[in-house]
Design a binder for this molecule. Structure first.
Ligand SMILES: *[C@@H]1O[C@H](CO)[C@@H](O)[C@H](O)[C@H]1NC(C)=O
Length: 333
């Protein structure tokens, strides 16, 4: 009897072991799957929106930067509203955070008010060094307003009459800049101003705000079909400066490139520069890789988001109505 019982229990033990091994294997393979899935981050999760700031890098990152910074003071957590603000301002202004528990020395240097304990501080665009202007703020809305208002507006407008001068100036600089028209129905946003300030060495920006049909006629056809704001980069069909140049516009296309936001606009600019720089007259410097890839700017943007996978950019199709062979551009070249 004993041996039988022992045999039986031995058998059921084997059975249990076998089942356990099966369960382990199943768990293992399923865990492995989840682990693999977790490695692949969604694109938006790869963005760094809020940078930790410490005693060792606050001066170089914030004070020595000409750009606006929103610095959040926290003790381990902050509300979702701040995170949303950072995402909404992605690329437009820099957002950082200081851990109040860890960075006591830094807080002292900054003259942080330990009684009022403001939630955040906006360092304004423009100045650098220890006299960089700042404002303490308590809400994400205030932070956004102060930071955005400090981004300088360097965008002049252009109309059909001014177009020739505008193109001439763009082509006279080194490296040659792409004449680029931002077409909007309102004053250019903080995002557009930030973009124009950063990319001015490669693109010469002008705005057309609520353009008339006459202004738009240079693009051959009204812009009714397009969502505003949009960007039209003018590229010449021939490389030589002749007395009658023909231009076509490379237009930001929402269907192909997604919503108009800073990340997508910047990808568009990188793609245009890469694809069309060699078509520019003058000192295009298209032989220099650093220029064709806008490498210095790339390094800065890469801290915040990926700039690989550039969208294919195309000249507007003729039916799209953006070819202009206008009389406007004639004598100068
Ligand atoms: C500042 O230094 C911290 C700690 O090394 C680092 O995590 C953070 O990314 C740095 N901030 C910036 C803006 O580079």
């Amino acid at each position: 009897m004993k041996t039988y019982a022992a045999k039986m229990s031995r058998r059921s033990l084997d059975n249990i072991m076998f089942r356990l091994i099966c369960i382990c294997l199943t768990l293992f393979s399923c865990c492995r799957e989840t682990a693999q899935q977790e490695i692949e981050l969604e694109e938006h999760e790869r963005y760094q929106d809020i940078f930790p700031l410490t005693q060792s890098n606050f001066t170089t990152e914030v004070l020595d930067s000409e750009e606006a910074w929103i610095v959040i003071f926290h003790t381990g957590t902050f509300t979702m509203e701040w995170k949303k603000m950072a995402v909404a301002l992605r690329g437009v202004v820099w957002v950082g955070m200081i851990d109040r528990r860890e960075e006591k020395d830094l807080l002292r240097t900054l003259g942080y008010d330990m009684v009022k304990t403001p939630v955040a501080r906006v360092y304004h665009s423009g100045h650098t060094g220890s006299d960089k202007r700042w404002t303490d703020v308590d809400s994400p809305l205030d932070a956004r307003l102060h930071a955005c208002n400090s981004v300088p507006d360097t965008l002049a407008t252009v109309d059909d009459a001014g177009l020739q001068d505008f193109i001439y100036q763009s082509y006279a600089s080194t490296p040659t800049r792409f004449p680029t028209v931002i077409i909007t129905d309102e004053q250019p946003s903080c995002m557009l101003r930030a973009m124009a300030n950063r990319y001015y060495a490669f693109f010469s920006f002008r705005t057309m705000i609520n353009p008339s049909d006459k202004d738009l006629a240079i693009f051959g056809q009204p812009f009714k079909d397009f969502e505003l704001p949009t960007i039209a980069v003018l590229v010449s069909k021939t490389k030589d400066k002749t007395d009658s140049m023909t231009f076509e516009a490379v237009l930001y296309n929402e269907d192909m490139m997604g919503n108009v936001n800073y990340v997508n606009l910047v990808k568009f600019l990188f793609a245009v520069n890469k694809q069309y720089r060699h078509t520019l007259p003058g000192e295009s410097m298209a032989g220099k890789r650093g220029i064709v890839e806008m490498r210095d700017l790339l390094e800065v943007e890469k801290k915040r988001f990926q700039v690989n996978f550039l969208p294919p950019v195309q000249k507007a199709k003729k039916e799209g109505g953006l070819k202009f062979t206008t009389k406007v551009v004639k004598d100068e070249f």
